[in-house]
Design a protein around this ligand. Structure first.
Ligand code: ZN
Ligand code: ZN
Length: 405
């Protein structure tokens, strides 16, 4: 079967990293770190695992960072190569398991944690229900890998078929479309970020960046019932419109325009130092950085007031030019929010994926139309280049589709 495979090659990685800005087409060229290839279907690691036929699979920001060699090398020793990408996936079970008959439409929680790896003495993260941050991601019955889509044994959603452990599977209710189902994984990331961040009633919230994950974070804030003022920093008109539709109260610019808009919105005072960006006294109470670039991280900590908090939702890399004085002097709390697991909400414990589906079904999160662009796998060059330019070209979420006759 055809699959988009990531191949570990230091020269290719370095070439893409060095040339991507000047030659963006390199990400799908012969020098790329990915290739469309005919590969064997992955084998079932043991008799617990099942085969899944992909229906739709999204292209995530972390996939794009991987393809464009923009991310940190942090993950590379925690993965196994070559792997087939794709972790935002809705599919159909090709065989039955644990009360889910063959043919069931499923979404896959991609984390390859202790239970998935057949490890019975679970790690402290899994013990707490934080399966997304499992510490056994290099051990057990399958090769290393943080998620389906980053492990050589599981395959991934950028192909017609991959394998999954029953602990990863969720049946998709009939009233959710495939498009909605493909957004459950990224929506769960946003829900997790919002739930893990303290949001006092009066707090003014800033969401930096309105790509898919920023928009889903705005949707998560509203779906969870928070009535706070939400300022959305969105660059492109379609992102601004979506941010408003999903519940942002104010649209603010990106980049340098933030240093006028946030003081206007919050009454913060701005001062110009000898060098660099303005210093704010005051600002927003809580910032969700949904970009993860050096400048967005720097903006997030500059625009957040004393005692406030910053949550990193978008995947960061090795940030440069971030003025830590902001964190120190304003006693900010900066935290990461990665993936999902089990959430404690209103005295109950609920898996983030179940919560995402519940909120979507209640209509609290009308998200399906964020899937703006569909491509066949054979057209992956256009899909990936388009997804890398989703701001200027007016798209939000791009997915690969796998129609079956
Ligand atoms: Zn992702
Ligand atoms: Zn674990």
């Amino acid at each position: 079967m055809e699959a988009i495979e990531y191949v570990r090659s230091v020269p290719r990685y370095l070439a893409v990293k060095a040339l991507y800005r000047r030659l963006p087409g390199i990400v799908t060229s012969h020098a790329a770190v990915i290739r469309l290839r005919d590969v064997p279907e992955p084998k079932l690691p043991n008799d617990q695992w099942v085969r899944v036929h992909t229906r739709l699979c999204g292209i995530c920001g972390s996939d794009l960072a991987t393809v464009a060699a923009k991310g940190s090398p942090y993950f590379s020793p925690l993965l196994s190569f070559p792997f087939v990408l794709g972790h935002e996936v809705v599919g159909t079970l090709a065989m039955g398991t644990d009360g889910l008959p063959s043919g069931t439409r499923v979404v896959v929680e991609p984390a390859l944690h202790c239970a998935v790896r057949g490890i019975s003495l679970v790690c402290p993260s899994c013990e707490r229900g934080d399966t997304g941050t499992c510490e056994n991601i290099t051990r057990g019955s399958i090769a290393p890998g943080i998620q389906t889509g980053y492990c050589r044994d599981t395959g991934g959603g950028w192909s017609r078929s991959f394998v999954a452990h029953p602990a990863q599977l969720y049946a998709v209710p009939d009233d959710l479309t495939d498009e909605e189902a493909a957004l459950i994984e990224p929506f769960a990331c946003s829900l997790h970020a919002v739930i893990r961040t303290a949001l006092p009633t009066e707090a003014t919230i800033l969401v930096l960046g309105c790509g898919t994950i920023g928009l889903l974070t705005i949707a998560a804030i509203r779906a969870l019932g928070f009535g706070n003022r939400v300022l959305a920093s969105a660059k492109y008109p379609h992102q601004q419109e979506w941010a408003r539709t999903l519940g942002a109260t104010d649209i603010v610019p990106t980049g340098s325009g933030l240093y006028r808009a946030i003081p206007d919105a919050t009454g913060a005072l701005t001062f110009q130092p000898e060098l660099g960006k303005p210093v704010l006294v005051g600002g927003v109470d809580v910032t969700f950085d949904c970009v993860g670039s050096s400048s967005s991280i720097d903006d997030a900590i500059r625009l957040t007031r004393s005692g406030g908090s910053v949550t990193l939702v978008g995947m960061p890399g090795i940030a440069s030019g971030v003025d830590w004085t902001n964190i120190w002097h304003k006693e900010l709390t900066v935290r990461g929010a990665y993936a999902y697991g089990v959430e404690k909400l209103d005295e109950r414990s609920v898996k983030t994926f179940d919560l995402a589906m519940e909120l979507m079904r209640r209509g609290a999160a009308p998200l399906g139309s964020l899937v703006t662009t569909r491509h066949r796998l054979a057209d992956y060059r256009n899909a990936i280049r388009g997804a890398l330019a989703s701001g200027p070209n007016g798209s939000v979420k791009t997915v690969f589709e796998f129609p079956r006759d």
